[in-house]
Design a protein around this ligand. Structure first.
Ligand SMILES: C[S@@+](CC[C@H](N)C(=O)[O-])C[C@H]1O[C@@H](n2cnc3c(N)ncnc32)[C@H](O)[C@@H]1O
Length: 373
């Protein structure tokens, strides 16, 4: 199979947890009222973005850029120029690929910019060639095709004006013009230890931001973290432009959270903290549209003498009364705790489960509950 879709995009997702990466994108698109569409491919690490025909090119561009900048588990997003699915294996099809590649696939490119082609193999499709041999061969092929059509272009491997990307997956080869960068690299550089106050229970910022995205917050909505600890979720929500309220029961930790939130000019006006108990939140019915939280497991963070299951039952019973219909609750608990069925019944919600390996003695279970009408 071969196709080219000049108005489509493809994204390369993080390899750590492609299912979670896909759901993060779906949640952001949901928060944008499905202005654009996502289409999974045979490879779980690649997802297609289909523009909305009823929107202008500029509007589609705006929504796609917003999606990619908000996501944490995306490596890159390219405008699709060409895709070919292998018939048998990659090597026996390389000649086939050369034959089927049509210069028309490069439709709409600038004729003068300097460029480079970067090839990345996400699964070894041959098992015979070393990665560098495959990637070099492919980069040269596409580089030569571009130069044939646009002789005025120059190859510049250091500071190219345009970057073309080739992704060699197990099932096919994707070729596109790099369009948007995610902020993943920037978020990855942040660590909880860089903040003025650190506690061993703090979640790493990239996962914290993923959880905020899974809550599918729409413009103007705010987020509640009833076990907010040092304030990680509040900080990431604020960086995405959302207001948030955190509740914390431990005085020492809430003082630390205040220091963390105040130290950041970008976020301090969007975040609020309340010294209180997640089991007795006291918000009015329907006041909350999204909860993202990481309750204590009783190891690094104290459950205040509670058994974790009892604490969760009281907590879910409390939030049931304050959530709006169709709200989302995103919660991270140890994978050994079986609580999702009970919580879904209490909330009258459907749910999705994802697993995130942290270290030898902790795998997190991320649960995303979507309340029914
Ligand atoms: C795992 S930590 C949260 C970590 C947070 N995500 C961060 O990045 O710092 C859980 C927090 O819940 C707090 N906590 C425990 N019981 C609570 C309760 N009943 N109400 C509110 N907070 C509680 C603990 O003191 C702890 O700081």
């Amino acid at each position: 199979m071969k196709f080219n879709r000049t108005s489509e995009y493809f994204c390369l997702l993080s390899g750590e947890n492609p299912e979670l990466a896909q759901y993060e994108l779906e949640s952001i698109v949901h928060a944008m009222d499905n202005k654009i569409y996502l289409k999974p491919t045979s490879d779980s690490r690649i997802i297609r973005i289909i523009p909305n025909r009823s929107l202008s090119t500029k509007e589609n561009f705006y929504f796609i850029q917003k999606l990619i900048q908000r996501a944490t588990l995306v490596h890159c997003c390219c405008r699709t120029l060409y895709y070919i699915e292998y018939r048998n294996n990659f090597l026996s099809n390389f000649e086939n690929l050369v034959e089927s590649f049509d210069e028309k696939d490069l439709y709409g490119l600038e004729s003068t910019n300097s460029f480079c082609v970067r090839t990345r193999r996400i699964r070894n499709p041959t098992g015979l060639l070393a990665e560098s041999q495959i990637t070099q061969k492919i980069s040269e092929f596409f580089g030569a095709a571009i130069l044939k059509l646009f002789p005025n272009k120059k190859v510049d491997l250091e500071r190219p004006e345009e970057t073309y990307r080739v992704i060699v997956s197990k099932y096919g080869l994707w070729f596109g013009l790099h369009a948007f960068d995610s902020l993943r690299k920037i978020v990855r550089k942040r660590t909880a230890r860089d903040r003025p106050f650190f506690h061993p229970s703090s979640m790493n910022p990239i996962l914290q931001r993923t959880l905020v995205n899974l809550a599918a917050l729409k413009e103007g909505q705010w987020l509640l973290d009833p076990f907010c600890g040092t304030g990680g979720a509040l900080l990431e929500a604020a960086r995405l432009g959302f207001r948030s309220i955190g509740i914390e029961i431990d005085r020492r930790i809430i003082w630390g959270a205040i220091r963390n939130l105040k130290s950041d000019d970008e976020t301090k006006s969007l975040t609020n903290l309340i010294f209180g108990d997640a089991k007795h939140l006291g918000f009015r019915f329907g006041a909350v549209s999204a909860i993202v939280t990481d309750p204590p497991y009783g190891t690094a963070a104290s459950t205040q003498g509670y058994n974790l299951s009892d604490l969760l039952i009281e907590f879910f019973t409390e939030i049931k009364c304050i959530l709006l219909p169709k709200s989302r609750v995103v919660i991270s608990i140890p994978s050994t705790v079986e609580f999702e069925e009970k919580a879904a019944t209490i909330l009258n919600a459907s749910y999705k489960t994802f697993y995130q390996y942290v270290h030898r003695s902790l795998t997190r279970k991320i649960l995303v509950f979507s309340l029914l009408e």
